[in-house]
Design a protein around this ligand. Structure first.
Ligand SMILES: Nc1ncnc2c1ncn2[C@@H]1O[C@H](COP(=O)(O)OP(=O)(O)OP(=O)(O)O)[C@@H](O)[C@H]1O
Length: 644
């Protein structure tokens, strides 16, 4: 980028200003960050040197309505260099140097170029529309000090969580939860490898008018920020390389913006947390009025901006960590280009890469906090995380309607969900036994994002699809999977059996038995236990017909029903366990009290009262289960009649 181009582009943006020398000074923390991002230049360059360097200046501007217009630019011609090895195929360990080597090769015939161009486009299309990756962090000092165990095993793209539970007779047992994702990154994996697995493949796509989003999800302290922070810098390094080599002299410009959503409101992290508002233009394109975006030409400048935004985020309120986990931070790298031969017009958006460091996922569910504000924030976070999941699934299923209005987060990301887009979700988990519940919640969220996906229209197999196997692994992984063609039958059979067994009048009889002081039927317990290890519904995704809105709604319902069932079974089991404890306790009392002259009647009557209360609770649960079974039966009828 020469000085003329830069000054003309700068004249098209508002509020142009130079950043102060202070801002451009590279701190030692920046150095460390550069190193962790693999961008170590062997020592920081003095700020004066950077200031004088044409390439390192950057200019801020207000994000304008036109910047969201992606339709007006013609498709970017892919230069002949792209017929070389692909940098976005990590398995081939290609690098940008490969591109440079290809740059030096003599011109090829136009036919070869056309073939290569087509092959390259195929490769770009082959990048999955949605990719779900899990990253497990190592045990931290606090967890080790508390002797907490590492309960997460990883093997290839599979992951097993060993959850310790109590049986009805209060003996401990371990329940294994197995998951399969697009990639599973263990505690040994570096940030460089995380980048290669997640963002690197999508970087070239943003030159092809594609919008990509990468976000981290997980409980507080699971490593979201640790994972996300280096990614924009590494991505911008690759973007700049592409701009300077593959797309040299094609007039591309890179812009950075950084803002947060806190309590449903938007704040500009590069403009002293200035409050922003969101508007829709006539074409229903979302724009964030007043958001400053900075044109950048080198990674130093980007790093400075990211550092600045991160500092603003954490110092914006009291308790840096607390606060960071209560806001969603969004950093966007936008590629723009001026219309051919018209440098005076504002550059238009070509593609965009958004990085989202989400608020801690457990916050939304945190109801123990009595502070009203905190609870409201929690509710907002919960809402936005659910809305995000729904949008991603709708997007992946090519649904006509994307429910982006579900939250501020999804509204803001609307343009990232529209048209041709790519999404990478990184689920961060802690390995410790103390975080088991949160870890399972995170993995289930990730699983639901992916589980009903048709993927890229390509065939799926066990290793590439995402299935939550939530099965005891006493059954080998392979044998736990039903043959695809039989799956629907399996589901129908399984539930038909249960439905046939069910008779509402049984419950009335049982109620009477309870009233007559009959011991709890063991069948309640066995029912609960039998239900736990049943094949989870995501397996169905392998042989689902092409989904449409109806199917998605029906699957949503099924998912909700399954969740409801799981909650019921857990509540049921808890009831039975409680009852067993009470019975044991009372039996002891009876034994102790079994002395001549003691009034056993009183004890027996107390025991009866307690058992009746428990029976009533269990009856209520049974009725809810009956209701659930009825709904599921209706669902099965729908599946068998519509094929969805
Ligand atoms: N893969 C990892 N390897 C080594 N240390 C890690 C890893 N992931 C996280 N950590 C460390 O764990 C701690 C918590 O990580 P981090 O701040 O990224 O969590 P978070 O999920 O962003 O939390 P919050 O939601 O509160 O912002 C940090 O000290 C970080 O350095």
């Amino acid at each position: 980028m020469n000085g003329r181009q830069r000054s003309s582009a700068a004249s098209t943006v508002h509020h142009q200003r130079q950043l102060s020398d202070n801002l451009l000074d590279m701190s030692s923390s920046n150095n460390r960050w550069l190193q962790s991002s693999g961008l170590n230049y062997g020592g920081s360059r003095p700020s004066s040197q950077r200031k004088n360097n044409d390439e390192s200046e950057f200019s801020p501007g207000l994000l304008d309505l036109h910047s969201f217009d992606t339709e007006l630019l013609p498709e970017i011609p892919v230069s002949s260099q792209l017929d070389g090895p692909s940098m976005f195929n990590p398995s081939r360990s290609q690098s940008f140097e490969d591109f440079e080597a290809y740059n030096k090769q003599p011109n090829r015939s136009s036919r070869v170029l056309a073939d290569n161009l087509a092959a390259e486009k195929d490769r770009l299309n082959a990048v999955a529309k949605i990719k779900v990756v899990v990253r497990k962090r190592p045990l931290n000092k606090k967890e080790s000090a508390k002797n907490e165990e590492d309960i997460v095993d990883t093997h290839s793209n599979c992951l097993t969580v060993h959850e310790t539970k109590l049986k009805v007779d209060l003996t401990a047992y371990v329940e294994k939860h197995e998951f399969v994702f697009d990639a599973v990154l263990d505690e040994e994996v570096s940030n460089d490898e995380v980048y290669r697995e997640t963002v690197e493949p999508v970087v070239p796509l943003i030159f092809q008018r594609i919008k990509a989003t990468c976000f981290a999800y997980g409980q507080t302290g699971s490593g979201k920020t640790y994972t996300m922070k280096p990614l924009p810098l590494k991505a911008s390094r690759d973007i700049l390389r592409l701009m300077h080599h593959t797309y040299r002299n094609q007039g591309f410009q890179l812009f950075v913006s950084f803002f947060e959503i806190y309590g449903g409101k938007l704040y500009d992290l590069l403009s002293e947390r200035k409050k922003l508002c969101m508007r829709e233009d006539g074409k229903q394109q979302v724009c964030i009025v007043g958001l400053q975006e900075y044109r950048v030409s080198d990674t130093d400048a980007i790093m400075e901006l990211i550092e600045r935004g991160s500092a603003t985020r954490s110092t914006g309120t009291t308790g840096a960590n607390e606060e960071s986990s209560r806001s969603h931070a969004i950093l966007q790298l936008a590629i723009k280009k001026s219309a051919e031969g018209n440098q005076s017009k504002p550059p238009r958006l070509v593609g965009k890469l958004s990085f989202i460091d989400l608020a801690g996922s457990e916050r939304g569910a945190d109801t123990t906090d009595n502070d009203k504000q905190t609870r409201l924030e929690g509710a907002e976070i919960n809402k936005s995380l659910l809305a995000l999941k729904e949008c991603i699934r709708a997007l992946d299923n090519d649904q006509g309607h994307i429910p982006f209005r579900g939250s501020k987060l999804t509204e803001v990301l609307r343009d990232s969900f529209m048209g041709n887009s790519r999404t990478v979700m990184i689920s961060c988990i802690s390995p410790s036994s103390g975080s088991c519940e949160h870890t399972l919640n995170t993995l289930r969220y990730a699983d639901r994002v992916k589980s009903l996906s048709k993927g890229n229209g390509s065939k799926k197999d066990v290793s590439s699809s995402t299935m939550n196997l939530r099965e005891s692994t006493k059954i080998p992984l392979s044998s736990a999977l039903p043959a695809p063609s039989n799956y629907d039958d399996d589901v129908n059979e399984m539930w038909t059996e249960e439905n046939d067994d069910f008779d509402a009048s049984d419950y009335e009889q049982e109620k009477q038995m309870w009233k007559k002081n009959v011991k709890p039927e063991p069948s309640y317990n066995s029912m609960a236990q039998e239900r736990i290890p049943k094949p989870s519904i995501p397996m169905k995704s392998r042989d689902m017909p092409r989904p449409d809105m109806k199917k998605s709604n029906s699957d949503d319902n099924l998912n909700a029903l399954l969740q409801e069932e799981e909650d019921l079974v857990n509540a049921h089991r808890k009831q039975v366990e409680d009852t067993m404890n009470i019975v044991k306790e009372e039996m002891n009392l009876l034994v102790e009290a079994d002395q001549p002259g003691n009034q056993l009647d009183g004890y027996i009557s107390r025991l009866n009262t307690i058992l009746s209360q428990k029976a009533a609770g269990i009856l209520q649960l049974q009725n809810r289960l009956a209701h659930f079974q009825k709904r599921l039966r209706e669902h099965n009828v729908l599946v068998s009649t519509t094929g969805y």
